[in-house]
Design a protein around this ligand. Structure first.
Ligand SMILES: O=C(O)CCC(=O)C(=O)O
Length: 250
């Protein structure tokens, strides 16, 4: 049974994500790439393929279910408690034009800010696992971009101000840290807290960035409950050895 190490849990606790090398064997990453590429032709106008037939495709869900990934996730959320979303996201990031606006603003998944005067909503889940299918070895190559520690910053904000039920602001107005563009090898997995602010970096490389994301729900969390906005580790049963314990920082 694979488990997140104490060091990995600490990074997850502090920064909000952890990258676990080589969770997916090369052969499986290639098979997933092949699956996407062979379906891509009919969706060329779409930046993000949400092809119905790929949402539950076993060659993609297997990245989670037939590797160490699922037990790594369970080691943080609790055995038998993880409910993976059946809506697998094929996140393809096509090369950008250098002359485009390359500024990126962060978002939190599951937060839908006001659009056209209609109220937004908050639909938190628990965690996200992402599988990189090609190497991303430099900045501005369509990297997953993360604002470290924002999961905790936002929790503090919600504690003080309450969650804006209509989410007019999208994300809470806090002083954001410098973002980090995650580098990864094909087969690496990112595992992140849902309340982490993130975005996709510009892609100035020649290649499409391929990733597959699967979001996780927790069996014990009542549907639509919002306590997880402030009690952000409430359902992370496997994190109890690091949550609220500061001594490891010394
Ligand atoms: O494609 C990525 O790396 C990030 C995707 C993302 O931000 C999202 O789907 O919410």
């Amino acid at each position: 049974m694979a488990e997140l190490s104490l060091h990995q849990k600490r990074q997850l606790l502090e920064k909000g994500w952890v990258v676990i090398p080589q969770v997916v064997p090369a052969e499986m990453a290639r098979a997933a790439l092949h699956t996407i590429n062979s379906t891509i032709e009919s969706y060329l106008d779409s930046i993000q393929i949400r092809a119905h037939e790929l949402k539950t495709d076993e060659r993609l869900t297997s990245l989670l279910m037939q590797t160490d990934a699922f037990s790594l996730v369970e080691s943080a959320l609790g055995n038998g408690k993880v409910i993976p979303s059946t809506n697998v996201q094929c996140a393809l990031r096509f090369p950008d034009d250098e002359n485009e606006d390359l500024k990126r603003t962060p978002h939190i998944d599951g937060f839908h800010p006001t659009v056209d005067g209609n109220p937004g909503s908050v639909k938190p889940f628990i965690a996200i696992a992402g599988f990189f299918l090609n190497d991303i070895e430099q900045d501005n190559a369509g990297n997953f971009m993360a604002w470290p520690g924002t999961h905790g910053q936002f929790a503090k904000y919600f504690e003080k101000h309450g969650a804006d039920p209509e989410l007019k602001l999208g994300i809470p107005p806090v002083d954001l840290p410098q973002p980090v563009q995650i580098k990864a090898k094909a087969g690496d997995m990112i595992f992140a807290h849902y309340q982490l602010a993130h975005a996709v970096a510009p892609n100035l490389s020649h290649a499409i960035r391929y990733a597959v994301y699967i979001r996780m729900h927790h069996a014990d969390r009542p549907k639509d409950s919002l306590d997880v906005l402030t009690d952000i580790w409430k359902y992370w049963y496997g994190m109890s050895e690091v949550v609220g314990k500061d001594q490891w920082k010394k």
